[in-house]
Design a protein around this ligand. Structure first.
Ligand code: ACO
Length: 323
């Protein structure tokens, strides 16, 4: 029996930081409003010419170094992104080329803010089937390029960045004490697709377009969807909220995170929060938060780590990992 074990993680943030006060110089808003409604204080913004694949490569290199592996050891690359450098080819193939890998397979996965959880679940199925041995799972985004910087209801919420983990297929006994991905649960419901979308693309305006969102509607559905899919993870493994060492949710909004943790009964000190510094980095937010909590010593080997995300589509999902 094979299990997908996390053996390295890494992240990369663009240098430039945009504070709430900086945004208050662009649109009618305030630091107080943004902090109170979202918990966001600052976000990183990619420089001109700094693309999603560039951020992804930096995060992938950091994850490989952390795992003590060479690029050549990787035979599967999945890049979760909604902000690819080009419509095609996939950003993952650019990462593959930059890392000098010429074997194996690389592809993108598009599930917006849920992208990292979807990519992790997909890689897990490849690795536990025995078809591939070591995967780079990357979440990388430059949402700053999709924003309408004159729309205060959306431009204050997002940021740029990338994070990655290395997974390795290892023999396991098959209990929940084994390290690795224990269970994943994914959902989508396309009836909600117009509540959060980008109004451009080859099939519509033939431009990149801008992010459009019914913020209240997203908020209204988020907590229920998140807690449902986490309860699926608890049912599948027999764990409860008390067993979780670290809750690393998608970082969209502190109020959504707090309400989800409270509904599930997860203690606030177990919740990893980075939305204050990173804003919502979509598919990158979970691996960025994981890298922070690993680097500061919170997440340790053997810890039970619960991941969840919800985003455009709607898509939503959870993953339970023995670190
Ligand atoms: N600064 C100041 N005022 C603002 C701003 C702003 N940046 N944005 C909106 N307002 C105003 C509105 O115009 C409105 O004014 P009005 O009452 O005069 O019409 C007022 O604030 C209230 O607006 P609401 O949209 O009702 O504010 P709400 O409390 O719902 O907060 C927010 C908006 C923060 C977007 C919230 O709905 C939210 O967080 N939704 C979830 C969306 C989200 O996180 N999306 C991320 C992508 S999906 C995901 O990752 C899960």
């Amino acid at each position: 029996r094979l299990r997908s074990v996390v053996c390295g993680d890494g992240a990369y943030l663009p240098e430039r930081i945009l504070t709430n006060n900086d945004i208050a110089g662009l649109v009618e808003t305030s630091d107080e409003w943004i902090v109170q409604r979202t918990g966001i204080r600052a976000r990183h913004i990619a420089a001109d010419g700094e693309t999603t694949s560039m951020l992804a490569v930096r995060a992938a290199q950091a994850a490989l170094a952390d795992a003590g592996l060479a690029a050549d050891d990787i035979d599967l690359i999945i890049c979760a992104t909604s902000t690819p450098d080009f419509t095609f080819p996939a950003t993952a193939t650019q990462v593959q080329a930059e890392l000098g890998i010429t074997h194996g397979v690389a592809f993108d996965l598009q599930a917006v803010c849920s992208g990292f959880v979807f990519a992790l679940a997909t890689a897990d199925k490849f690795l536990t089937s025995g078809s591939h041995r070591r995967a780079l799972v990357i979440g990388a985004e430059t949402f700053s390029r999709l924003l309408d910087w004159s729309d205060r209801t959306t431009c204050v919420l997002f940021g740029d960045g990338a994070g990655a983990v290395v997974l390795e297929a290892r023999e396991a006994s098959g209990t929940t004490h084994d390290r690795g991905i224990l269970t994943t649960h994914l959902r989508s419901d396309g009836r909600h697709r117009q509540k959060l979308f980008v109004d451009g693309g080859p099939g519509s305006t033939r431009t990149v377009g801008h992010l459009r969102m019914e913020g209240r509607e997203v908020f209204r559905h988020a907590v229920g969807m998140i807690t449902d899919v986490i309860e699926d993870a608890f049912r599948a493994t027999g764990f409860t909220a008390q067993d979780i060492d670290w809750f690393v949710p998608h970082q969209a909004n502190k109020r959504i995170i707090d309400a989800s943790a409270q509904k599930l009964g997860i203690a606030p000190e177990k919740v990893v929060i980075t939305v204050d510094r990173h804003g919502n980095t979509s598919a990158a937010s979970i691996p960025l938060a994981l890298a922070v909590a690993r680097a500061d010593g919170r997440i340790k080997r053997g810890d039970l780590v619960l991941l969840e995300a919800m985003g455009g589509g709607f898509t939503w999902g959870s993953a339970l990992v023995r670190w």
